[in-house]
Write a protein that binds this ligand. Structure first.
Ligand code: HEM
Length: 488
């Protein structure tokens, strides 16, 4: 009898909860169609590890733009180039917001550039675009900085004497040091490198842990403490390095040094420029701005270089062609200087194919529409989470013949000239596309060419197949794999 009563009470409670949930959920007419979810979690229980694949599956059923409830968040997935273009380019003004979650607010405190919007974003975006191009700074050009770091990587490779080693550890530092050079003038010394390595490692760890589901369910956490205990304390250490130790200690010291030595007429780096140009200077805002540049620019670029090397290992004929093109074009042998505008169409096609086949951020970075808007005939209420499925744009067989095959030739015309396809959009599009796109393209190209100008990248005999599977998370990074790199 008691069991029967308990069961009835529980069932009534569940029904009441369900009705309450349905009552709470706002109803809109003409939303893009999509799958039904379950109360509170929405569609999260039906997601596979690689969210981009699940969205693509649903899109095949419901159309190129779909509504998916992810935990608390009403989300619209843009699953075709046309949908992304209409939203981010043609109606860009309305889609330039960033979607805010409990996590984004906690990680940014509403500062920096990545997670802000409105006038403050516009001002920092304008400033950041000029600063990352080195405009208005004294000293080396961006290209010189990148080439110095690329040379440094080549020294490291030589020092390994053809033994297998993990390139990633050095690559990520070199890429971070390029940003260092632009933002805080100096390359890190050995001690600085250690700090930087710890910081970058924790960012990477954090990025991997920020799996889709985790980000989407923040509101369901009992408390922040519970949230931070997830992942065996890794999230805690990530947050500690990310926000407290590294940010406050390193960046604040640097900002103060810059303030003391400030020479208005000779800005050396981004901090000097910031002190010169930004009307309402605030140390925390600058600290988070610097943090965003490091966090956004390290793992993405270094992963892309590693993917390119992995694909060249499994396609030695393609690597031979790259070597031949570099030899033919850069006349003075292995010490010849390469520039970003050096005409290496085949090598650039290899990179374009790498950007396509292993999209660094398969789902971009979620945006938010700042007002009610109609998109492809559907209504999208203000403050909806908007996710572009960049991975599918790069892998849709309607546009890419055999999308799983690495074919640089698909990006070349009959005369061997590079075709810049508007369907390869790893940096996203519109006014809020990647702020570091030019810097990233320059460093990825110059690092790759500098390495292949001097070395051949070989499979490791102990494990001849580099891991090519996509990894889940915000950034699609390759797994660690010891490379053997030998002089030509
Ligand atoms: C392969 C390398 C990279 C890829 C694939 C990449 C991709 C992206 C993507 C997809 C976004 C989101 C854009 C959007 O909302 O539509 C983004 C934003 C951003 N990226 Fe990158 N990125 C790379 C490298 C870099 C580098 C080197 C930097 C700077 C040092 C950088 C700084 C940023 C910043 C600051 C944002 C936020 C921009 C804003 O909100 O206005 N990225 N990136």
């Amino acid at each position: 009898m008691l069991d029967y009563l308990t069961f009835t009470n529980l069932a009534l409670f569940a029904i009441a909860l369900l009705l309450f949930y349905i009552w709470l959920t706002p109803k809109y007419k003409n939303l893009p169609p999509g799958p039904m979810g379950v109360p509170f979690l929405g569609c999260l229980p039906f997601m596979e590890t690689l969210a981009e694949r699940t969205f693509t599956k649903w899109s095949k059923k419901y159309g190129p733009i779909i509504t998916v409830q992810l935990g608390d968040h009403r989300t619209v997935i843009l699953n075709s180039y046309e949908a992304i273009e209409e939203a981010f380019t043609k109606k860009g003004e309305k889609f330039n917001g960033r979607f805010k979650t409990y996590f984004t607010e906690f990680a940014s405190e509403g500062l920096g550039i990545f997670f802000i919007d409105g006038e403050k974003w516009k001002e920092h975006r304008k400033f950041g675009t000029r600063a990352l191009a080195g405009a208005g700074m004294y000293g080396k050009t961006i290209e010189q900085r990148v080439l110095e770091e690329a040379e440094n990587i080549c020294h490291v490779i030589r020092s390994k004497n053809e033994e297998p080693f993990i390139l990633e550890d050095y690559l990520i530092l070199s890429v971070a040091n390029v940003i260092n050079g632009i933002t805080i003038k100096e390359r890190c010394d050995e001690e600085g490198n250690e700090n930087l390595l710890k910081y970058v490692a924790s960012v990477v760890e954090g990025i991997c842990l920020l799996l889709f589901v985790y980000v989407q369910t923040q509101k369901h956490m009992k408390s922040m403490k519970d949230g931070l205990r997830m992942g065996n304390g890794k999230v805690t250490s990530f947050v500690r390095y990310f926000m407290v130790i590294f940010l406050a200690a390193l960046f604040d010291n640097l900002i103060e040094q810059h303030q003391q030595q400030h020479d208005r007429l000779h800005p050396r780096d981004l901090i000097d420029l910031y002190l010169n140009e930004m009307k309402d200077f605030s140390k925390p805002q600058l600290r988070y701005f610097l943090k965003d540049l490091f966090a956004a620019g390290t793992e993405t670029s270094s992963s892309t270089i590693r993917w390119a090397l992995f694909y060249l290992i499994v396609n030695p004929d393609i690597q031979d062609k790259v070597h031949k093109e570099i030899d033919d074009v850069i006349e003075t042998g292995h010490n010849g200087v390469v520039r970003y505008d050096t005409k290496l169409p085949y090598t650039k096609a290899v990179l374009q194919e790498t950007y396509r086949i292993r999209t660094a951020t398969p789902l971009g970075v979620p945006r938010r529409n700042t007002e009610d808007v109609t998109l492809m005939g559907y209504f999208i209420p203000k403050n909806t989470q908007i996710i572009p499925n960049l991975w599918w744009v790069h892998n849709d067989p309607e546009y890419w013949n055999e999308p799983d095959v690495f074919k640089p030739e698909r990006h070349l015309d009959e005369e061997g000239n590079l075709i810049m396809s508007n369907r390869v959009i790893p940096f996203s599009i519109g006014a809020r596309h990647c702020l570091g796109e030019n810097l990233a393209r320059t460093e990825i190209f110059l690092f790759l060419v500098s390495i292949l100008q001097k070395f051949t990248v070989l499979p490791n005999p102990e494990d001849p197949n580099p891991p090519l599977e996509c990894s889940p998370g915000i950034v699609n990074s390759p797994h660690k794999y010891p490379l053997i790199i030998v002089p030509i």
